[in-house]
Design a binder for this molecule. Structure first.
Ligand SMILES: *Cc1c(COP(=O)(O)O)cnc(C)c1O
Length: 378
């Protein structure tokens, strides 16, 4: 995958101070339309946390997107940009009761929960709201699983949704997240099957649900190739028809990474190249961006970015890639060293591709005095 003309043009202009993220808004809109094409009957709720830039939120709003917010500041940003509360869901399952009250006061009436205590908070602070319950998934096939911290087993979800009315809430639906950077489109099937079974069980108990929230998980293109958006669309709709038959609920999808990941490129500079013999001989390449500067998804080397340099094409050397800070854990790739050009030089500018998601929003405020990552939306 090549960089877009707009990004190439931007990078060819007189050098800006690195590191920075440049994000091509056209690519975000293009991907949004691709998702809508692949899944025309689904309402898209962009997961704002992936990249909350005003320009992105505004462009997606103009395309008709809704928004999944995870905090009051995210909600307030959407409000400031003119997005009405009926186009937002508060999909985070860990909320302060005071924040629930603020969201409710602002008009949001669609909330997630995945614990009894959270349901009770919602009942007190957002009475009458529509709520959906998050199921746990295995996270298989995902490079960034979300399988421990969130979600219920089906039996508990059933019990709580059956009791939601007693808390003064409208039991509205089921959600799940198959894991972020989900590289296997078939992973939706098992979760959709569970959700459909739960719809039927609750229907027999007189609780009729209306919504299935299919979560996020659409991938960006990192080092390994990923299936096309159309294949995700096919797999998801095949599973929906198989398990829901003629009783199709309202469907929503909450892509974050999949909409913005491929639209951004980080340009960084090589600060130091050193041969070290600490345990094993290796070439260490230090960049001016690391785990604290916007690349924490390299934790466990989970997300493997594609990296390009001006000297690509010749001989390469496996290199350990590290960030610039004084912190020992600020190493990006050590167990899977990156083949980087043998003649790479200190001062070279390199590109970290598909870095539009979970970078700018993750960057530290001032560790080692380094300012947060700059973003240029073009
Ligand atoms: C983070 C998150 C998303 C977005 O996930 P991606 O894998 O980036 O698409 C969607 N829904 C919820 C509830 C989330 O927490």
């Amino acid at each position: 995958m090549q960089m877009s003309e707009k990004i190439l043009q931007f990078l060819s202009e007189p050098a800006r101070e690195t590191p920075f993220l440049v994000l091509d808004l056209d690519l975000v809109v293009e991907r949004y339309r691709e998702v809508k094409n692949a899944l025309p009957d689904i309402d898209v709720y962009y997961a704002v946390k992936a990249n909350p830039a005003d320009e992105i939120v505004t462009a997606l709003a103009d395309e008709g997107s809704c928004f999944d917010v995870a905090s009051i500041p995210e909600m307030e940003a959407c409000v400031r940009l003119g997005i009405s509360a009926d186009r937002m869901s508060y999909g985070h399952t860990i909320k302060k009761e005071s924040d629930i009250a603020k969201a409710h006061a602002a008009g949001i009436d669609l909330f997630a929960f995945d614990s009894a205590a959270e349901m009770e908070k919602l009942g007190r602070a957002a009475p009458g709201s529509r709520v959906f319950c998050r199921l746990v998934t295995k996270g298989e096939g995902a490079d960034w699983p979300l399988s421990k911290k969130f979600g219920f087993q089906v039996e508990i979800a059933e019990d709580l949704l059956a009791r939601a009315k007693n808390c003064g809430l409208q039991p509205h639906g089921i959600s799940f997240h198959v894991g972020s950077q989900q590289t296997d489109p078939e992973q939706w099937d098992a979760a959709i099957a569970e959700a459909a079974a739960l719809f039927r069980t609750l229907d027999r108990k007189g609780v009729s649900l209306e919504l299935i929230n299919l979560g996020g998980g659409l991938p960006a293109r990192y080092l390994n190739d990923v299936p096309t958006t159309a294949r995700y669309g096919d797999a998801i709709m095949t599973a929906m028809h198989k398990h829901f038959g003629n009783q199709m609920p309202q469907m929503i999808l909450e892509p974050g990474r999949g909409l913005v990941g491929d639209a951004g490129v980080i340009q960084a500079e090589v600060v130091l190249i050193a041969e070290r013999h600490n345990g094993k001989a290796a070439r260490w390449v230090y960049l001016d961006i690391g785990k604290f500067g916007g690349l924490p998804e390299t934790i466990g080397e989970a997300i493997k970015y594609r990296i390009t340099t001006p000297r690509d094409g010749g001989e390469t050397v496996p290199s350990i890639l590290a960030g610039p800070t004084c912190e020992e854990l600020d190493v990006l790739y050590e167990h899977t060293p990156y083949p980087l050009p043998k003649d790479l030089q200190v001062g070279d500018r390199i590109e970290i591709q598909s870095a539009g998601a979970y970078t700018w929003s993750y960057a530290a405020v001032c560790f080692n005095g380094i300012p947060p990552l700059k973003q240029h939306v073009i």
